[in-house]
Ligand binder design. Structure first.
Ligand SMILES: Cc1cc2nc3c(=O)[nH]c(=O)nc-3n(C[C@H](O)[C@H](O)[C@H](O)COP(=O)(O)OP(=O)(O)OC[C@H]3O[C@@H](n4cnc5c(N)ncnc54)[C@H](O)[C@@H]3O)c2cc1C
Length: 480
């Protein structure tokens, strides 16, 4: 280990790695300190159930990873990353046995929605058309683009996206299109009558058409591997099993970027961040938690409607009203009677994930922050409703409730997988109200985790923008 670095990054999640790569590519010496025994944060895969069954411990499906302006620019495929595109991007069954499907092709998806096809095209189509530049403006801190066309696209998106998903649902008449909107909007982990949930619905639906909802061959850890390889190409150094508990644990540096949440940042830097900023961090609000269930199966999921076998991601929660009720209950700190369940069936498209003929299932539902209730039975009952005989296929299981998730990674406070509540008040002003949300009152200290804009998900853009902030600030001087 060198004795001094231009920058030290604490934490090797996608944002920490993205920050380190951005700094290293700009010619700065960088070291990444990771507490765990492997790199990647939310990008790890492991044999959680039985030998030979590879499960994604956290993130599983990567529309934002595919869309990320930074990841696109890095050509991660040359480091072995291989995206797998399922034939159907999102499957969504209803209780009557029918399904709504999001296909890569917008027109085909709209055609499948019958009388709501035209409305779907009119609502989602403009986001897809503007996508190539709009996504760069969405995956960024709040700003107004200078180019009139981009400003127009962002303003048009904002006008629709600021609305609650429950308002956008009025565009549709039938349950299928409404259900697709609800399933995408519920990724916000907010109640669906809350402002900005429309934006989540639109971005996730549009992403399915613009870039797809791919999975990584071999597991999400392969994305982390590719990022680590890229960092090493540019001279970055990385260390595992180096938990940073105080500033004294860091080597000499000109800047430090924390891929951590506000709570941990305060613990580590202590009095260096006092006053209004420190009290803002103390007031930072966390969102709902997740309860995760990974299964090893002795065969494929026996879907009642076989179309669902063609989707890597399936949203199980029923109609818009049913999903809205589930998210409303969780927001009120109650357990949903019928939880909204997110399911991914990787091994159906990636044979490296399970022994031949066997399969994996990745599932989670939303729960009140810090909930200690085991949701396994509620999740299994939800799947069983659409796949009779599913339970009989289970040969191994692994659960992670909010406390387990937080023990696994302290960034997941109370099981909040997005690094903080992502409502209208905290979307752009995370972690505190500041012109440059990555900077802190100490010019050498930056925060680069998903607790900064644009928030949760595997896209690395929090890290990229934090690194740019450091390069404009304390690291702006000429290189040695
Ligand atoms: C169950 C689950 C499902 C998800 N599904 C998806 C999905 O399908 N698609 C998607 O895009 N996103 C998904 N996410 C969200 C995504 O994983 C996160 O938003 C993303 O990982 C955040 O990245 P980050 O770099 O900000 O932080 P993290 O990934 O949380 O990384 C932080 C790193 O810092 C390390 N660390 C913590 N404390 C210290 C310390 N004191 N010293 C040193 N190192 C430390 C941690 O070990 C960790 O490696 C999911 C998350 C979970 C938990």
């Amino acid at each position: 280990m060198s004795e001094a670095y231009d920058a030290v990054v604490v934490g090797s999640g996608p944002n920490g790695l993205a920050a380190a790569i951005t700094l290293a590519k700009a010619g700065r010496s960088v070291a990444v300190f990771e507490a765990s025994s492997s790199f990647g944060g939310g990008l790890r895969s492991a044999e959680l159930t039985l030998p030979g069954f590879i499960h994604d411990v956290c993130s599983s499906t990567h529309p934002l990873g595919r869309a990320s302006p930074l990841f696109r620019s890095l050509d991660l495929e040359r480091h072995g990353l291989e995206w797998i595109d399922p034939p159907i991007q999102i499957g969504h069954p209803l209780d009557d046995g029918s399904v709504a499907l999001v296909q890569r092709d917008l027109a085909a998806t709209a055609d499948g929605l019958g009388p709501d096809g035209t409305a779907y095209r009119r609502l989602v189509g403009p986001v897809v058309s503007a996508w190539p530049t709009l996504i760069d403006d969405i995956l960024a801190p709040f700003h107004l683009p200078l180019r009139p066309r981009r400003l127009f696209d962002l303003a048009r998106f904002g006008l629709a996206g600021l609305q609650p998903a429950s308002w956008l649902a009025r565009w549709f008449r039938e349950p299928h299109a409404k259900a697709l909107l609800a399933g995408s909007a519920a990724h916000s982990m907010l109640r669906l009558d809350a402002p900005v949930t429309g934006a989540y619905g639109l971005v996730f639906l549009a992403s399915a058409h613009a870039v797809g909802w791919p999975i990584a061959r071999g597991g999400s850890a392969r994305i982390a591997d590719a990022l680590v390889a890229e960092l090493r190409v540019h001279g970055g150094e990385l260390f595992t099993e180096r938990r940073v508990a105080s500033m004294a644990d860091l080597p000499d540096h000109r800047a430090v970027l924390f891929d951590l949440g506000p709570r941990q940042l305060l613990e580590i830097v202590g009095d260096r961040l006092a006053g209004f900023y420190a009290s803002s961090l103390r007031r930072f609000r966390y969102g709902s938690g997740a309860f995760k269930l990974d299964l090893a199966l002795d065969g494929p999921i026996p879907w009642r409607n076989p179309e669902l076998g063609r989707a890597a991601t399936v949203h199980l929660g029923g109609t818009f009203e049913q999903i809205a009720a589930s998210e409303r209950a969780v927001a009120k700190r109650r357990l949903a009677d019928r939880p909204f369940v997110l399911l991914a069936q990787h091994s159906a498209f990636d044979p490296t994930r399970a022994p031949e003929g066997r399969h994996t299932a990745w599932l989670y539902c939303h729960v009140p922050n810090g909930s200690g209730v085991d949701m396994s039975e509620a999740i299994l009952a939800t799947v069983e409703r659409h796949a009779p005989g599913f339970r009989d296929r289970i040969i191994g299981r692994h659960t992670m409730g909010p406390a387990d998730l937080e023990a696994y990674n302290p960034n997941y406070v109370g099981g909040d997988i997005n690094g903080g509540r992502q409502d209208i008040f905290q979307l752009f002003t995370r972690p505190a109200i500041r012109l440059d949300p990555y900077s802190t009152p100490d010019p050498r200290i930056f925060i680069c985790s998903s607790s900064t804009p644009p928030g949760g998900g595997v896209h690395g853009m929090c890290g990229y923008h934090a690194a740019r902030s450091a390069l404009r600030g304390v690291l702006s001087q000429a290189l040695n």
